[in-house]
Design a binder for this molecule. Sequence first.
Ligand code: ADP
Ligand code: ZN
Ligand code: ZN
Length: 724
Amino acid sequence: MPTVLRVALPLPLPTLFDYLPPAAEAPRPGSRVLVPFGRDKLVGVVVESGVESAVDGGRLKQVLRALDNEPLLDAELMQTLAWATDYWLGAPGEVCANALPLSLREARPLPAIGEEYWAIAPAGRDAHEAGSRRGGSRSLLARLAGGALSAQELNECQPGWREAARRLATAGLLERRDQAPPERRQPASTAPALSGEQQQAVAAVGSSLGRYQPFLLDGVTGSGKTEVYLALIEQVLAQGGQSLLLVPEIGLAPQTVRRLRERLGVTVEVLHSNLSEGDRARAWLRARAGTARVILGTRSAIFTPLPQAGLIIVDEEHDGSYKQQDGFRYHARDLAVVRARTLGVPVLLGSGTPSLESLANAEAGRYRHLHLRARPGAVRAPQVQIIDMRAQRLEHGLSPALLAAVGETVARGEQALVFRNRRGYAPVLLCHGCGWHAECPHCQRPLTLHAGRRQLICHHCDHRQRMPAACPGCGAPALTALGHGTERLEEALTARFPQVPVLRVDRETTRRKDAFEELLATLDDAQPAILVGTQMLAKGHDLPNLTLVAIVGVDEGLHSVDFRAEERLAQLVVQVAGRAGRARKPGRVLLQTHQPDHPLLRNLLAHGYAAAARDLLAERRLIQLPPYSHQVLLRAEAPGRDAVDAFLAAARAALPTQTPLQIAGPMPAPMALRAGRQRGQLLIESASRGALRGLLRPWQQALTALPAARKVRWSLDVDPIDLY
Ligand code: ADP
Ligand code: ZN
Ligand code: ZN
């Protein structure tokens, strides 16, 4: 049998591919190779080297070229990837694709990894002194006249600087250099004296540096978790180690980056999806070289190489954006724990509203539970109150009590936030005459009215159509908008409080990059204002003059079919409420509901998140739901229902008959039609993870071989976080 390389190729198949090594030295695992594949050439990653192939030597092809002298992915990362592939049933090539920045997946030499600096050229200095430029060019020259700045510093002090830089460089006024980042600078800001609780947390994690230990840092927003992270990252820096800090998609504000850099006095490498591919690759390579000491990033940053790992932190660990929802469906928080174990470093999961999974781990003694109960910045915790909206005359969905509270707040010169997790004007548009309502032709769900754009938009598949001028059913001239989205609340509040600026923050108003920050920057902290917005407002930017938070539309979270809906609602309420009263002024939170006696709301208000979570966990234990059982969801979709049903029936039949598993389905997905495709699913549950795992790979292989599989799009989701 020939000795071969086993290679992961960027294909959605759960297999590795065998190739004969090149004539020279065989590349080691973790190195990239260029291989022939059909008529194409593909870049793959060597997973195993020097193994015997079961394939007959005559049919094997040879690697065209080794692309790396040194493995690009080190042994630890390869081990982590293998674990993740196995656990989440990934395709090895797709897993590698998640781990490697796009431009490193091409057969090109690695880019230089010095930090990007911009400096003024002599001609530029003349232009600066003569004041011959205008606008962005002028201010960029003025900034660089004081000395070269890194791209990161420029991002912070002059958003949109690149265009001016390009113009000025073409004119010979600026120069770009790649240089090594400076050693640690004198930090521009110093840490506050830590509270007793903060010190305890820092001491607990600090004494675990150098070995694996998971911690759950439980403290509401504003309780000083970030200060704990900063103190620990400093300890790791002092020992010459690297720290990785993961934040949710929504939490990566420039504010956070600046705070880290100013405090730590080192370059903070930022890895997120908005980054240009070149920047992303360079940051990744600097981490691999060990020159990047502090790495801040969203989900996929969990794949950053950490040759000198010291600490991994996952902020807002309960956040759903850590779970990838297509392709390779991994969970970055769970992977962080696994990586920390492999690396032999502590991992710190922080949240004001920990996931029930993490709380169960803490309860079982697998994680050490640390608490921050006081809020150093605020005088006292906000006062939370329920508004019973039954039998109230509502004004655009807002109760008199809520409007009165907003009125009092702005009259005092303070700011109020009205939270509604639904964008658009109204979720339903209907005709009172004939009963016609606007529905997505591809999903059979109501279309959301976006009145400003005069459009009807499907929030499930993004189908758009013009808002009809008259009823398409009976021709009646007036249609009724039912329900209230952020756009409608904005309109209602503007009409009601004409002297006060009303700011809407949702996906529609913040579509552009940086728009969110820019919008919030228009707020004057000394002036009254009303903010209306979705989930996006739960995090980000500090609003010191915000003293009232009113949460509207709570009831939807109490009626969902998803067993996680109540956990999410509790988290959301606490997170949003946490925005009130962050500064010296006391805050107030109002919850408007038709179910003022709902046990979850009562419990949450009377005893806080921890008590509510305890009850939810007890319930999960009783009915054997995660985290006390383990789930795998097989999803399938196709244009026709028959193909979906046939595949799922065959998939069900491919499971062993004698199993301790609970199998639900085949059944239609909660959204049985989406974007014109019929959808169905099969849910497998088991009290024992072992029993489930043993079965999955063979089942996946069997599914791949099913003839019915060719007629559907299907996927397996291990530990799904929603059933849609
Ligand atoms: P979290 O990350 O839990 O939201 P932060 O660490 O951002 O909390 O702290 C919230 C605010 O309180 C910040 O403005 C921070 O500077 C301040 N703060 C945190 N810890 C202290 C402390 N020990 N003394 C004074 N101010 C503090
Ligand atoms: Zn009609
Ligand atoms: Zn649709």
